[in-house]
Design a protein around this ligand. Structure first.
Ligand SMILES: [Zn+2]
Length: 79
């Protein structure tokens, strides 16, 4: 599942959630106030388009780990 980023207008915080693509724009409860005054931010992953090298990495798959939003981090590589 892709990782999406949301913003709570009440708390003025950003938070992330793993959701199905079909649910990406559905209202989501804020992790802090549980309110639904939230909006989805444009995901970095969605903006990635693969360049010239010819290899295509599948987007929307399991990239990275639960503790990072990049494709790799210390937690990802230890294993
Ligand atoms: Zn909130």
């Amino acid at each position: 599942m892709p990782l999406y980023e949301y913003y709570c207008a009440d708390c003025k915080i950003k938070f992330e959630a793993l959701r199905r693509m079909s649910q990406a724009d559905d209202p989501i409860a804020c992790v802090r106030c549980q309110g639904t005054n939230t909006s989805r931010l444009i995901s970095v992953f969605a903006a990635i388009s693969k360049g010239s090298s010819g290899e295509s990495r599948s987007l929307g798959g399991s990239s990275g780990c639960a503790s990072c939003s990049a494709t790799s981090c210390a937690a990802c590589s230890s294993g």
